[in-house]
Design a protein around this ligand. Sequence first.
Ligand SMILES: C[S@@+](CC[C@H](N)C(=O)[O-])C[C@H]1O[C@@H](n2cnc3c(N)ncnc32)[C@H](O)[C@@H]1O
Length: 329
Amino acid sequence: MASDRDVAVAFASAWGRRVGRPLSGWEVTAATGVRGLRLVNESGAFARFLLTEASDEAAAALRANAVRWPMVAVEQRDAREPRSDGPFDYVDIDPYGSPVPFVPAAFAALRPGGVIAATATDLMVLAGVQKGACERRYGARPVRGRLGPEGGLRILLAYLSGEARTRGLAVRPLLAYVGEHHLRAFVQVVGGSERDSRDPIGEIDPHDWSGPSVGDRGPYGPLWLGPLFDPELVGSLRVPSTSAVPDETGHLLSTWRDEVSADVPFYFEANRLASVLALSTPPPIAAFLEELRRAGYRAARTHARPEGFRTDAPRPVVESIARALARGP
Ligand SMILES: C[S@@+](CC[C@H](N)C(=O)[O-])C[C@H]1O[C@@H](n2cnc3c(N)ncnc32)[C@H](O)[C@@H]1O
């Protein structure tokens, strides 16, 4: 998770610069404080930070680890309980499993315009293996298979949007991504007057969907069908100078910087296209991107899979480019 915590530090630094004043933060399930204390120490964005943790053993280590930071408060308690000491500009939910149990307390403690950062590791549920559990927990039918994790990310965002809506609020994703074993979303929560007239939330019905194939057992969702990235925010992310894995984090940031140019739902994969179309070899992605852009479409690689690319070109166009590339010049 070193790179994931680097991203959190980079996000907090960038968000602090954007807000233009010192922030208050709360990490809901802090364990021994690795994430929260890195945020405080390395982002320089926070004037006040609360770390809560329920377990005796972790809370004892957390207290010992936090002692050097006077602006950090540690509390051993159940983070699902409502608080009265907010509001916070930034609430980080990084639990084992689903963030859902912590979401009501996070919304209640958040300042208007503040950010909720939520991690989900319940990928079996969100990515479609445990379909019934996804319907019960998130109220959504998941996408199964290779695009399941991104489907899960879009279910998580739709869920956060729904929770915001019931409070007369809305969410704007600033950075939402698929990690190796988890999903992570940083969303700004904005008030009624700032909200767009209609949230970009909907279902995908495979019969009238011309994007990358998400399977034929739909409809899937509700899913967030809007952007995953705020281009300005993504453009201002910097690898922390303290990073232990600067190459890995730098690669992720530079992929996102390209990816914002084609921030559309789901991605194609050259090898999958080759297999579906019975092509002898997958066309190189660089050639795909060039042809799609030449034809006037948006196209970019995605962080979600090394051999994947996003484009707003409909599937028949992508497939005909794949065939043409396979035939050669
Ligand atoms: C995945 S760990 C947190 C890791 C931490 N965010 C980090 O990056 O180092 C999840 C922690 O949540 C704590 N936890 C679980 N339920 C909780 C609750 N209701 N309130 C507070 N902490 C809780 C667990 O004891 C565990 O230490």
